[in-house]
Structure formats: C-alpha cells, structure tokens
Design a binder for this molecule. Structure first.
Ligand SMILES: NC(=O)c1ccc[n+]([C@@H]2O[C@H](COP(=O)([O-])OP(=O)(O)OC[C@H]3O[C@@H](n4cnc5c(N)ncnc54)[C@H](O)[C@@H]3O)[C@@H](O)[C@H]2O)c1
Ligand SMILES: [Zn+2]
Length: 377
C-alpha cells in the first residue's frame, strides 16, 4: 500500500547531549531535503555517502541528487550488502575511500543504509582523521528506531559481534519513512520487534497502541511515522541519561541475551534475522519472568500474542533448521554476558512496560528454564 507523499511537517526528536546534541527528523519524503539540511548545519562541507549495493540501487541516486540540488558535493562509497561488510577489510576499504574522496576535517560522512552501514560508516567517521562528523540516513525500520540513534558504532571481530568500535554521535539523523517502502517485508517485520521492544520495556500505553494499530504501522501511513517517533523519543531519553551504558541503557537489551544466543547458534545467517531473534528472546524473557513469579502468565501470553500476530517467531520450534542444544545455548549466553560466580545479568520484567536490570540471575535457573523449553519441542 502506498501512503500519500507529504501530509504534515516532519517530527523532530532532540537528543539532548549538550555539545553533542542533535536532531532526529522523521517524516515521509525527507531525503529530498537532505542537502538543505546538511548545508544548514555545515555550509560548504563535502560528503562521502557510504551505502550498500542494495540500498544504492533503490535510493543512492535520490540522495546524491538532493545533495547536488543544494550545491553539496558528494562521492559515493558502495560496499556489499549484509553483515559480512562489518569486517576489518571492508572497514579499511571505506576509510581509504573516504580519504580518496578528499573528505577532510569539517566535511561529512553520510551513512545511507541499515544498521550495518550505520555501524560501519559511523566507525569510519569516528576514525578517519581522528573523527569526522557524520549524518545518519537510516533505511531499515531497525535502523530508524534503534541503531541510527545513540552513537554506538563499530565492526565485528572474529571473537564476536561489535567488539571493535567507538561511541561517536551523528550530528543529524534523517529518518525518511518512505525509504522503508522498498524494504523486504521480512526485514520490516524483524525491525518491528525492536518497535514492540520499546513498549514492552517501558511504555505500556504504547504497547496497547501497537496492539490496536500495528497494521497501519506496516502499511506506512501516519501511524508508521508516529511509531518511529515514539521509539526515537524513548531511545533519545535513555541515551541522554546514560550515553555510555553504565546503567539504564542496558534496558534496550530486553530480549537480546536469549536472542543473541539463538542468532549466534544459527551462525548469524539468514535463518534467523536479528529482530526475529529478539522477538524470540523477548518471548523467553517474559516467560522466564513469569516462571520467577515477577509477572502473571497472562502478561507473558499477551506479549507473545502480539509478536506472533505480526508474524514474528515466539516459540523455539519456529527457528528454521532447529535450535542449538542446551549446552551450546548456555555457552553462547555465557559468552554474551560474562558469568560472575554463576550469576548472569538479564533484563527481566515486572509487567508490560516495566523492564529492569537483574544482575543476580543464577545460570542454573536459566539452564533449567531452557531445558524445559527444549523438552517441549
Ligand atoms: N549501533 C547500534 O546501536 C545498533 C543497534 C541495533 C543493531 N545494530 C546493528 O545493526 C545491524 C542490523 O541492521 P539492519 O537490520 O538494518 O541490517 P542491514 O543493514 O544489513 O539491512 C538489512 C538488509 O536490508 C537491505 N536494505 C536496507 N535498507 C533497504 C531499503 N530501504 N530497501 C531495500 N533493502 C534495504 C540491506 O541491503 C540488507 O540486505 C547489525 O549489524 C547490528 O549489530 C546496531
Ligand atoms: Zn536489537
């Protein structure tokens, strides 16, 4: 379904980080204004647009034309699509290409793509000439509600995901909701898991709104813009209070400990996308919280029912190709979160919209819970 072009003024969410404060601008068709917005922030700056091959096919020409129309010079750096581009070889290629394009202090890197491009281009921006300013133009739902906001950038190590990186805040995020119209439905749905996450972790009213309006969010009308704005506001507030994740920011990892273990168990392959793993992980976090008596079974069932209604997996039996065994799952969980004297840190819930950080979860209790889940398969 195609929503009308521009109906209203874009929504602006402010990320209040003093000298590093920036705006997230959200709306349909915003890429057309990219050049003017960049010129207003950094008059005379040149841009290196870093993107992936798939996004380039759909959206690079429009982004480059918007810059040109505003008199902003740009060069494109295109890398292969997919998580494999978050490696040190591609990182080096991107850094060299930015230098080749004569991007200097005062110029800009523009990350046009999903979370892979945001993390890769953001880290290149943090590194080239010891730090260039950068602008995020997120093109996946996941990137619009999560990865483009908050300044975490980086690449993967052979020892694990996101182990090499830097905190480097963008100077602007332009979330054009129309860019999501070309996103494959499965990718949109996976990103929606992170949208539901904001309701489940801290905003019960938003979760109720999503239960009633998720179809409109998928269809791409004003509801999509609203949902993205709510998520960005929530993330911006958390990041402003805890930029470096010494406390509250960890709540954004709801569902991610179980989720990462499943994602890693599937070899970070197309079998299970990140958001799909997070949906499963949130279902498990709610069920584990119910088992611990923190919430009633009805709350866990309600959380799972919504995720399932949009087509996200909530049962381990839905993992294509099967789930790793109990020992492997526990090893993967232990790798993700260091076990301290048999205790793990988990994000648990006291209700829908009431997540908290629990540092004292016994590994034995998690093991018994997962053993029961695996026995039900
Ligand atoms: N920095 C953070 O805070 C943070 C937070 C969450 C996730 N992440 C990272 O984000 C990455 C996942 O991001 P993602 O899910 O956006 O993956 P992605 O960037 O790989 O995009 C998913 C796929 O969609 C394609 N695509 C992107 N935009 C498109 C569009 N508009 N139309 C058609 N196709 C399009 C891409 O080419 C890719 O094949 C992971 O590496 C994860 O570690 C970072
Ligand atoms: Zn996530």
């Amino acid at each position: 379904m195609t929503a009308p072009l521009r109906q209203t003024e874009p929504t602006v969410v402010k990320v209040a980080l003093d000298a590093r404060a920036y705006d997230i601008v959200i709306g349909r068709g915003l890429v057309a204004s990219l050049g003017e917005r960049i010129k207003a922030l950094r008059a005379g700056a040149k841009c290196a647009i870093v993107t992936d091959a798939t996004v380039a096919k759909h959206h690079l020409a429009a982004a480059a034309a918007a810059l040109k129309a505003a008199g902003v010079d740009s060069a494109a750096v295109v890398v292969p699509s997919g998580e494999a581009s978050k490696d040190s070889a591609t990182f080096a290629t991107v850094c060299e290409a930015i230098i080749d394009a004569h991007i200097e202090r005062g110029d800009l890197v523009v990350a046009l793509g999903g979370g892979v491009i945001g993390d890769l281009a953001g880290f290149a921006a943090a590194s080239v000439r010891r730090g260039l300013d950068f602008v995020q133009v997120p093109t996946t739902l996941l990137a619009q509600v999560d990865s483009s906001v908050g300044g975490k950038t980086g690449i993967n190590s052979r020892h694990g995901k996101n182990l090499i990186g830097a905190f480097h805040q963008p100077i602007l995020v332009v979330a054009d909701t129309a860019l999501l119209d070309t996103l494959p439905p499965r990718e949109f749905r996976a990103g929606y898991a992170e949208v539901a996450k904001y309701g489940l972790l801290g905003d019960a009213a938003f979760f109720s709104w999503l239960e009633a309006n998720w179809r409109e969010v998928f269809a791409g009308a004003a509801a999509r813009e609203h949902a993205i704005a709510v998520c960005c506001r929530a993330k911006a507030a958390i990041v402003a209070r805890d930029e470096r994740e010494t406390g509250e920011r960890a709540l954004l990892n709801l569902g991610h400990t179980f989720g990462h273990a499943l994602e890693a168990g599937c070899g970070f392959s197309g079998r299970l996308l990140h958001g799909e793993a997070v949906a499963l992980g949130m279902a498990l976090a709610f069920e584990f919280s119910a088992r611990k008596g923190l919430i009633g079974e009805a709350d866990a069932a309600r959380a799972c029912a919504h995720l399932a209604a949009v087509g996200l997996p909530t049962h381990l039996k839905e993992v294509p190709g099967g789930v790793p065994g109990l020992d492997e799952l526990m090893d993967l969980i232990a790798q993700d979160k260091k076990v301290k004297r048999g205790k793990l840190t988990f994000i648990l819930v006291r209700g829908i919209g009431a997540a908290f950080v629990e540092n004292d979860v016994s590994a034995a209790e998690v093991r018994a819970f997962l053993a029961d889940k695996l026995a039900q398969l």
